[in-house]
Design a protein around this ligand. Structure first.
Ligand code: NAP
Length: 260
């Protein structure tokens, strides 16, 4: 498949590790110049070097917290007119909603709903003018099948998903698409963190916990971040302009349904 992405530019948020990194790597492989962000500069520099070495693409790094106004301003200063925007940030912690105060909720909403919306607002009109834009929101399988212990994630991501469902239909005629990628379990630091409590409760290591969970999945394994990156490329391809407002679940078949 010729993705037609050579020479395009992408802003990939929260991309020094895990799924964001995989998206940046996969886009770079298609000839996209990527700007990647994360808070920690060291891992970000390492990832930029890896992407350059493996793809030869131009990589710009912006160290900062994408959930803050300053972090977003820095990212947009480095990449003011991206053809592709991949929205991503860390996920909220698990827990019991009785222990969450307003500030906890605001943090989750900022990270997983309001930051993507702010970045879309800053970039979508340029995409409309240029008649090309691909916006991919990394959300979670929890948007489709809520994870009880991740209540703040369920809520904030559902809010983003609902908002973009409408916006996607307003911008599609300009060859600007907005779609969601919904990860099930992918082998990243985040998966290790979210499995730590269950592992401790079961008296086994995090690796054992993840392996046990994988056995129960129809695919019999957890996802490889590289697979996620390739799905991102597919949604961003020049020929994907007719894929509008969709939410693509990548969970190895864990969500049991006839219609996706
Ligand atoms: P990860 O491996 O922990 O990587 C997170 C990346 O985001 C890191 O590069 C991190 O770098 C960066 N980051 C985190 N908070 C940031 C912030 N405020 N500003 C800028 N960069 C930030 O996580 P992941 O597994 O790739 O997960 C990505 C998203 O998918 C998360 O929202 C997660 O909840 C969701 N998700 C993941 C899975 C899974 O199985 N992996 C499943 C469902 C949903 P710094 O820490 O240096 O900033």
């Amino acid at each position: 498949m010729d993705t037609g992405l050579t020479g395009r530019t992408a802003l990939v948020c929260a991309a020094s590790k895990g799924l964001g990194r995989a998206c940046a790597m996969a886009l770079a492989r298609e000839g996209v110049a990527v700007t990647i962000t994360a808070r920690g500069a060291e891992a970000l520099e390492q990832t930029a070097a890896d992407i350059r070495n493996q793809t030869g693409a131009t990589v710009t790094i912006v160290a900062g917290d994408i959930t803050t106004e300053a972090g977003r301003a820095a990212a947009l200063a480095a990449c003011p007119n991206p053809d592709i925007l991949v929205n991503n940030a860390g996920g909220p912690p698990p827990g019991d909603f009785r222990n969450w105060e307003r500030d906890d909720w605001i943090k989750a909403l900022d990270a997983n709903m309001l930051t993507p919306i702010a970045l879309i607002k800053a970039t979508v009109d340029g995409m409309i003018e240029r008649k090309f834009g691909r916006i991919v929101n990394i959300t979670s399988g929890s948007v489709k099948s809520p994870i009880p212990t991740l209540g703040m994630s369920n809520g904030a991501r559902a809010g983003l998903t609902g908002f973009v469902a409408g916006l996607a239909r307003q911008v599609a005629r300009h060859n600007v698409t907005i779609n969601g990628l919904l990860p099930g379990p992918f082998l990243t630091d985040r998966l290790r963190t979210t499995n730590a409590a269950a592992a401790a409760k079961a008296g086994r290591s995090v690796e054992e916990e993840i392996a046990a969970r994988a056995t129960n999945s129809p695919a019999g394994r957890v996802g490889d971040p590289a697979e996620f990156g390739d799905a991102c490329v597919f949604l961003c391809a020049a020929s994907s302009g007719f894929i509008v407002g969709q939410n693509l679940l990548l969970d190895g078949g864990a969500f049991n349904s006839m219609l996706g």
